[in-house]
Each structure stands twice: as structure tokens, then as C-alpha cells.
Design a protein around this ligand. Structure first.
Ligand SMILES: *Cc1c(COP(=O)(O)O)cnc(C)c1O
Length: 354
């Protein structure tokens, strides 16, 4: 499909890339593609970045008919720009679309949209260490009617913004609180879809944890309130007695691409990786006995995030002596090495932009 480009009249001043705050400085342009029932996808265009004009009755505003993705464009040492596992993001977006009854976007159209926008905004891809251009594709249902139905008019939109390291102070271990009341998702619900509603349901617990001095919450399953699902908006992994364990993709866990990449690398390195149910009592018992060697979260924004302390009502345990563990560090070094082009891509994970 041809993408029509309308350039911004004036360009914004680019932020200082040593002080970037995650998700705050949007670039000069955005990409929009319309979808209408019976007509399909049409009118792909790049336009100056700015507010959307939508009807106050639009379904996205009332019934959260929305899905999104998150990935990054990295500037390599030779100045070129590349993406990491973008095909996986597009595939996951279509799986989310399926769950939320939104239209699927042809993979080549989604790919072309992301590539053309990043190419146009290439001067916004920073080159300082650990910086990148965050890419946020999303899809919203726009029918202006209050009935609860799937949408006949939808937009696919891509916005991008330069970002620094997720934790500017470096890879420091975080403190995690086990959330005993709220749940993020349940089987049969929307936990496996990347959709805004999951996040809306999670902010109360995250805020509560933050107020109590924790960085994030550890989510338990919604049926037994007992099996570990995720940490904040990341997947979670543990090293217990030399083995790597991580919750299996049971329908309420988001299938993270960083998770999948870590599992691949760990297997390449000869580790046993178990994807299974993990009882929170098992985890605390392992921590008490010293069998829990490392714990970390995985996600595009932070890559890996070491867990240094786990707490639940009346109980607090330290992990890895509150230091980043060797496997966590090795995963971070390997993944960021591949993403920024310092380490050879032997898994066909990289797509060159320009
Ligand atoms: C996006 C997301 C993740 C991480 O997925 P990546 O593809 O690794 O970035 C994990 N959990 C939730 C709830 C998410 O939304």
C-alpha cells in the first residue's frame, strides 16, 4: 500500500539524549491507517504528530476496544538503524486483535508502516549508550455509538519517541511485593492480549506497592491466588537449584518476546528451562533455604530487571544478596549486544531499517 506523507511544517527541538524520560518526547510525525468494515485497510498516511479528533461516543473511550505493541529501533555503532524481532510484535498484535475482536492487519502493511515511520524519523533515533527509539503501534475502535459491539471503523496508529535506559541509575535490583488482593488477568479473560484494560486493572496495586516503597508487584493467578504470573508489566524468571523456571503461557500470562528470547538464549547456553506453574509458597521456601539463586523480570522497556527483594504480608526475603546475579547480567549483556549490533545475530532476530 502506498503511504502518503504530509510533512510537519516546523520540526521540534530534539531532547537531550542523556536525560530522556521514558515515553515523554514524541517525534514530529505519526502514522495512521483506517479500517472500515467491507472496505478493509485504506488511506495509510504519515502526518504531523498531534491530537486525534475522535467522537466522544467512540468505543475505545467507553469499552476499551484497544490493543497495542511496544518495540524499539536501535542505532548501531556504524550509524545504521535496526529493529529486534519486529515480526513477533506484529504476530502478537494480530493475536491480540483476535481476542479483542478487532481486525487483523496484514503483516506486510504493519511492517511497511513501522519501517517507513522510523525511516522518516531516523534523526530521532539517539546514539548515546542504552538509548533507542521506542515504537508504539496501537489499534482503536472508533464507532461513534454506545452499544457494545465490535467496531466497524478502526484505526491503526504508530507513534515513536526517543528513550533512555529504563532505569537511569543502572541495573539495580528492585523490591517486589506479592499482590494478594487484585489480579491482573484470569484464564479466559484478556491476559494473553496486549490490551489497555489489563493495565487499567493493574494501576491500583502498582500504586499501592509504590507507596509502600516497592518498585512493582508480583501478580498471582486469579483463580487460586497462589501461582506466579508476572512482575509488574514484565514476565518473570527464577533460577532455583541451577534450573531456570518461569510461569508457563497459561492464557493469562502475556507471551513476552523478551521472555521468548531469554528462553532461547538460556537453552543455547545449556540451561534447563522449565515453563510451569510456580506456587508462591515454593518460591518463598526456595528463597528461605537458599535454593533461589536469582530472580528477574523481562520486557522490551527494561530488557531484564533483577529482583533483589521479595515481600509479602509478614515475610521479606532477599534474593542474590540484593545484587544482580550472573545469569541476569549475562542475559542483559547478550540481548542488548544483539539489539545494538555489538553481538552477531545468529537467530535472525534483526531487521535493518536503514
Ligand atoms: C508487553 C508486556 C510484557 C513484555 O513483553 P515483551 O514483548 O518482552 O516486551 C510482559 N507482560 C505484560 C503484561 C506486557 O504487557
Amino acid at each position: 500500500m502506498e503511504i502518503k506523507i504530509t510533512r510537519a511544517q516546523t520540526l521540534k527541538e530534539k531532547p537531550d539524549s542523556s536525560t530522556l524520560v521514558f515515553g515523554q518526547s514524541m517525534t514530529d510525525h505519526m502514522l495512521i491507517v483506517d479500517w472500515d468494515e467491507g472496505q478493509g485497510w485504506h488511506d495509510a498516511r504519515i502526518v504531523p504528530y498531534g491530537p486525534l479528533s475522535i467522537d466522544p461516543a467512540a468505543k475505545v473511550l467507553h469499552y476499551a476496544e484497544e490493543i497495542f505493541e511496544g518495540l524499539k529501533a536501535y542505532r548501531t555503532e556504524d550509524g545504521s538503524i535496526q529493529l529486534f524481532r519486529v515480526k513477533d510484535n506484529i504476530e502478537r498484535m494480530n493475536n491480540s486483535a483476535d481476542r479483542m475482536n478487532l481486525p487483523k492487519i496484514p503483516e506486510d502493511l504493519a511492517m511497511q508502516s513501522i519501517l517507513e515511520l522510523v525511516k522518516l524519523e531516523q534523526d530521532w533515533v539517539p546514539s548515546e549508550k542504552d538509548t533507542s527509539l521506542y515504537i508504539r503501534p496501537f489499534m482503536i475502535g472508533l464507532d461513534a455509538a454506545l452499544g457494545v459491539h465490535s467496531s466497524h471503523h478502526v484505526q491503526f496508529i504508530v507513534i515513536v519517541c526517543p528513550v533512555g535506559a529504563y532505569y537511569p541509575e543502572g541495573l539495580n535490583p528492585v523490591k517486589i511485593y506479592v499482590e494478594a488482593e487484585d489480579v491482573r488477568a484470569v484464564k479466559g479473560g484478556t491476559g494473553m492480549a496486549k490490551t489497555g484494560g489489563n493495565y487499567a486493572a493493574s494501576v491500583r496495586a502498582s500504586d499501592r506497592a509504590e507507596r509502600n516503597g516497592f518498585t512493582q508487584v508480583l501478580w498471582l493467578d486469579g483463580v487460586h491466588n497462589r501461582y506466579i504470573e508476572e512482575v509488574g508489566s514484565m514476565n518473570v524468571m527464577f533460577k532455583i537449584n541451577g534450573k531456570i523456571v518461569t510461569p508457563d503461557l497459561n492464557g493469562s500470562v502475556l507471551p513476552g518476546i523478551t521472555r521468548r528470547s531469554c528462553i532461547q538464549l538460556l537453552k543455547d547456553w545449556g540451561y534447563d528451562v522449565e515453563e510451569r506453574r510456580i506456587d508462591v509458597d515454593e518460591l518463598f521456601a526456595a528463597a528461605e533455604s537458599g535454593a533461589l539463586e536469582e530472580a528477574w523480570g523481562t520486557g522490551t522497556a527494561a530488557v531484564v530487571s533483577p529482583i533483589g527483594e521479595l515481600a509479602r504480608k509478614g515475610e521479606e526475603v532477599m534474593v542474590s544478596g540484593n545484587k544482580i546475579g550472573p545469569i541476569t547480567q549475562k542475559l542483559y549483556d547478550e540481548l542488548t549486544g544483539i539489539q545494538w549490533g555489538r553481538i552477531a545475530d545468529t537467530h535472525d532476530w534483526i531487521t535493518k531499517v536503514c
